[in-house]
Structures are given as C-alpha cells and as structure tokens.
Design a protein around this ligand. Structure first.
Ligand SMILES: NC(=O)c1ccc[n+]([C@@H]2O[C@H](COP(=O)([O-])OP(=O)(O)OC[C@H]3O[C@@H](n4cnc5c(N)ncnc54)[C@H](O)[C@@H]3O)[C@@H](O)[C@H]2O)c1
Length: 248
C-alpha cells in the first residue's frame, strides 16, 4: 500500500471532505490523525476506521488556537514519532453579500480558513524538516481563483490567501524535501453545500461541464495523489477538482 505506516494529519476530519480523505488514507495503510472541533463525530469515525482494521487517533483541536495545535502535534509525535502528511482541510463558509456579512463573520472565516492553515503548517514544519520528508496539502476552493460564487465575501479571500500561502511555503520548504500543494474543489456534496436551494443546485450543476456535483471522494483522490510519491516533482500547484467549471 502506497501510504503504509505514513502518518497523516487531516484537519476537519470528522465529516464531509475531511472524512473521505481520512478514510482513503486509512484504506491505503496510513496511520491517520483525525483533527476536528466535533469530538463526538471524531470518536465515531475513529471507531469506524478501527472496525475496518485501519489505524486512527482522534485529536480534538480548534485550529485557530496555536497552543491547541501545538499540543495536537505533540500528541501525534508521542503516538507515532513522525508526521509525514498534513492535510489542511478544515474550513467554514458564510452566505451573504458585502452588505449583509458582519465584521465578526469576516474575521471568523479568515481565522479558521487562513490562520488555521498557517497554525497547522507552522506546527509540523520542524518535524518534517528533520525527517527531510513532508507533504502539506491545503484544501482551497474555486472561490480562491474566481472570487466568491456561493458565499459571502471573506471565504474567497481566505482561499486566495491559502493559495498564496501554499506557493510561499512550497518555495521556502522545497530545500528540505517538503512538497506543498493545494486542491481547489467546487460544488462537492457535503453539509457545506447542503444549504443551497433546489434552484441554486440546478444552476450550479448546469454550470459544470461534467454535469454533476462532486463527491467528497473526488477530492480525496486528488489529495492522495498529491500526498503520494507519484507527485514528488510537483510543488506549489493548486489542482482544480471542479468538473470543468473553471479551466485555468
Ligand atoms: N463542499 C464544497 O462544495 C467545497 C467546495 C470547495 C472547497 N471546500 C472546502 O473543503 C473543506 C471541507 O469542506 P466540507 O464541505 O467537507 O465542510 P464541512 O462543513 O462538512 O466540514 C468541515 C469540518 O471542519 C471542522 N472545523 C470547522 N472549524 C474548525 C476549527 N476551528 N478547528 C477544527 N476543525 C474545524 C468542522 O467541525 C467540520 O467537521 C473546506 O476547507 C471547504 O472550504 C468545500
């Protein structure tokens, strides 16, 4: 198995895209660290992975709090002694317009999506440098490239920030054998997209050349590719997973 004994941290790993990524890594033999603020769902998924003979630990952690993130990475070190892969997947969205979004919501979206990605990346870098091996994959969005389509202003800027951070870290960490890449999904069927009205859903599907919404597993497949040694000469890339909705 490609990821046998690799240690993979997946933030926002309790549900949606993060859950699909965690299950895929576990299936491929990785030791998975499930990070989320939702402790109950973390425990459920951890048990599901164990039932399938996979290896997983749950780490309840708010990625906006650097002290909690540090403690989480220390827990991983203690359990497994290394960190090979970090998937910065946790993210939040707000709906609305520039008129309706509040300052608090703007701050919260930037804090979780962008600062959370920064906090987790910073916490694993020293270990990955020592190993001279590491893969960081950031879950961005089509909104980082196109601006907000279904969300209030804040989400797109946070994802554009993630794209720039991905390229910055890719440049700075390449010399240590660390690849940093991103995926930019669009219209994936999760709780996040479940808020669309039936009309909005139809419009979105009509705008996607492949004619369907994405599945969490579509994103997981792209993440596993970027985390694999098949992608060892790829860094600073933001891979579209959007059914053709944006071809850039
Ligand atoms: N669903 C889509 O259509 C879509 C499209 C493009 C990008 N994305 C991105 O994919 C990622 C996952 O999205 P999803 O649709 O699975 O969302 P989701 O809402 O189903 O899951 C997000 C997870 O992140 C966790 N989380 C939120 N704040 C956190 C925090 N501070 N610390 C730790 N965990 C936290 C939540 O508890 C939840 O389990 C997000 O970054 C999102 O922006 C999703």
């Amino acid at each position: 198995m490609e990821f046998k004994d690799r240690v993979a941290i997946v933030t926002g790993g309790a549900r949606g895209i993060g859950k699909a990524i965690a299950l895929a890594f576990a299936r491929e033999g990785a030791r998975v660290v499930l990070v989320d603020v939702d402790e109950e769902m973390l425990e459920t998924l951890k048990n599901e992975i164990k039932k399938r003979k996979g290896v997983a630990i749950a780490a309840s952690c708010d990625i906006t709090k650097s002290a909690e993130v540090k403690a989480m990475v220390e827990k991983v070190q203690k359990a497994f002694g290394r960190v090979d892969i970090l998937v910065n997947n946790a993210g939040i969205i707000r709906r609305g317009t520039i008129e309706t979004i509040t300052e608090e919501d703007w701050d919260k979206v930037i804090e979780v999506n962008l600062k959370g990605t920064f906090n987790c990346s910073k916490a694993v870098v020293e270990t990955m440098k020592q190993q001279r091996y590491g893969k960081i994959i950031n879950v961005s969005s089509i909104a980082g490239k196109m601006g907000d389509i279904t969300s209030a202003p804040g989400y797109g800027p946070s994802k554009a920030g993630i794209d720039a951070l991905t390229k910055t870290l890719a440049r700075q960490l390449a010399q240590y054998g660390i690849n940093v890449n991103g995926v930019a999904p669009h219209a994936i069927e999760t709780e996040m997209s479940a808020q669309w009205s039936p009309e909005r859903r139809k419009e979105i599907i009509a705008s996607i050349p492949l004619g369907r919404l994405g599945k969490p597993e579509d994103v997981a497949d792209a993440v596993l590719f970027l985390a694999s040694d098949d992608a060892s000469f790829i860094t600073g890339e933001i891979l579209d997973v959007n059914g053709g909705a944006l071809m850039d």
